[in-house]
Structure formats: C-alpha cells, structure tokens
Design a protein around this ligand. Structure first.
Ligand SMILES: O=c1[nH]c(=O)c2[nH]c(=O)[nH]c2[nH]1
Length: 308
C-alpha cells in the first residue's frame, strides 16, 4: 500500500521592503531592497504534527532583515544577503540551508545645478512620457489642444519633509513628524497654450518636455516640504512661471509611505535609518495648478483617468 509523504518544503518571509538610509553626513545614501528569505531543512514535524518548536517564525525573519540593515548595513545587496542568510541559518538548528533573494531598486541623485542633490533621488527606469491631443473642426476651423505629460516618475527625498499641525479627531493616531521620507510616483500632465496645428508645428515639444521634467525634479529636490500638497503646488507654480506657453498643469501623486521601523526591541536605535516601504494603502494627492487667464480646456481632460 502506498503512503502519503511530505515532499520538498521551505518557508520564509517574502518581499520585505527594506529601505536603508545612511545619513552620517549631509550627503545621504539610499539602498532600497525587496528581501525574501526562506529556510530549508527538516521541518517535517511542523507539517505533520503542527509542532512549531523548530520553526523560526517568518515574522522573526522579517525583523532580522530590518535589524541587519541597521547592524550590518548594506554595503552591497550581496554582502547583506550573505550576512542575513548566515544569521537565519545559525538561529535555526533544523535548517540545512537559508535562501535569501534580494531585488534592489536603483536611485539616482536628482541633478541640481550640474551636481547630484544630497538627499533627493529619482528612481531609475519605468517612467513613461505621455501625450493626449484633441482635434476639432474641419478645414480652416481646425482646432487642436495638446496635453503633454509623464507617468511613474518616482522621486524620494530622505529629509527636508515634515507633516504636522494637521486636524485631529478621536480617530487620529498619526504622530506629527518633523523629518520624514517623502516619496511619490508622479503622474503629471500639462496643457500647452496652443489652438492651431501651425502653433503646434512651431513647438519644440521634445525640448519643452525635457525642461519641464527637469524643473519638476529640481523643484521637488530643493523645496522644503510641509506636505505633498505643498510640494505639488510648488512644482506646478515653478513650471508655469518658467513656461509661458503652458496653460495649466495637473498632478496625481500617491504618497508612498515609508514608516520608521521600531528596532528598540532588539536594542538598536533607529534615527531615520531603516524604513519599511509600504505599498498600500497610500495617500493620493491630486491638484490642478493653472493660470487665472488660461485658455479654455474644452473637453481635453475628458476620458483621462486619474485627473480631476
Ligand atoms: O503630505 C501629506 N499630506 C497629507 O494630506 C497626509 N495625510 C497623512 O496621513 N500623511 C500625509 N502627508
């Protein structure tokens, strides 16, 4: 008679979003990791008898990932992963092997005045340039409207951001913060002040796009933020002040929360160095910045999701 037997198994914590900031000097460094750990070995009793005595909880594995980001640091994802895997194996007698997989998201310093900013970063890759036009009328009555934009431009600053003084009620638990990570994935669209195909033909759209993008980044980097709302307004204002040919600009910006990890239970201080990057829920901040005498937008925004 055949028997039913336990086959291959492993267990661990997947996709712990560890963000490590080095802030010993004014020029901060960031390592942004997605860490998955797994233990392999003799965990048969856990499966067949519900015996947890040899099981190092996945919650502990996650805590170790954060604690090691502080204690060992992240000189490289390789060095960090080897240290973490070694620790998990040592802490678990029944384990024969630890597997640690790390994905790293690359951040570049935002260029400001020819140099990279000390604490403001833009995530490499993934960003998309967008264009929406509407065309109305026939023959000499032809009218066009042009909206340029970008989406998924992910930016982050490791200091120079606070959120405090907000309205509180009996459901408010958020602590006030004088120094937090501010991060968002920007979707931005701006409408050119053009109405005819001839005007569009004279537009250097590529140069305009590059200049607006650079100004958005530079303003994000150099403006102290009391809220994402204020930062969006500052970016919109800077763009409209510098580009007379633009009528309005619209933002949709998820607040990509980074929460300070409590390392006190492990006897470690965490002065703004180790964060967990949360993906949901997120604040969603949206705003239109326009000229008071902007040309009529007509139906231009109709059918563009995510915009007011
Ligand atoms: O920049 C922010 N704006 C908010 O409206 C808000 N609300 C919140 O909980 N955190 C933040 N951060």
């Amino acid at each position: 008679m055949s028997e039913i037997v336990l086959g291959a198994n492993q267990y661990g914590k997947a996709e712990t979003r560890v963000v490590r900031i080095v802030r010993d000097t004014a020029r901060h460094e960031i390592r942004d990791l997605n860490v998955s750990t797994a233990l392999r070995g003799d965990f048969a009793a856990a499966h067949t008898h519900g015996d947890q005595s040899q099981v190092l909880p996945t919650d502990t594995q996650k805590n170790t990932a954060f604690a090691y980001a502080k204690e060992v640091g992240v000189a490289s994802p390789e060095a960090y992963a080897v240290a973490l895997g070694g620790r998990l194996l040592d802490a678990t007698p029944a384990a024969r092997q630890a597997r640690v997989a790390v994905e790293e998201y690359a951040w570049d310093r935002i260029p400001v005045g020819g140099a990279g900013h000390d604490h403001a970063f833009v995530r490499r890759g993934g960003e998309v340039r967008t264009v929406v036009v509407t065309v109305d009328g026939r023959g000499d009555d032809r009218r066009v409207r042009v909206v340029s934009g970008l989406q998924d431009l992910v930016v982050l600053k490791t200091t120079g951001s606070e959120f405090r003084g907000f309205l509180k009620d009996e459901y408010t638990t958020l602590p006030e913060t004088h120094d937090r990570i501010l991060a968002t994935s920007l979707t931005v669209r701006w409408r050119h002040d053009v109405t005819t195909p001839e005007q569009v033909a004279h537009l250097d759209a590529d140069a305009s796009y590059a200049a607006v993008r650079a100004l958005l980044l530079e303003t994000f980097a150099t403006t102290y933020s009391r809220a994402l709302q204020e930062t969006l307004h500052a970016m919109g204002r800077a763009v409209l002040e510098a580009h007379a040919g633009l009528a309005e600009i619209r933002f949709s910006a998820p607040n990509k929360h980074h929460f300070l990890v409590d390392l006190a239970p492990f006897g470690l201080e965490n002065p703004g160095e180790v964060f967990v990057a949360a993906d949901r829920p997120y604040g969603l901040i949206e705003a239109v910045v326009t000229r008071s005498d902007a040309s009529d937008a007509g139906d231009t925004w109709l059918g563009t999701p995510g915009f007011l």
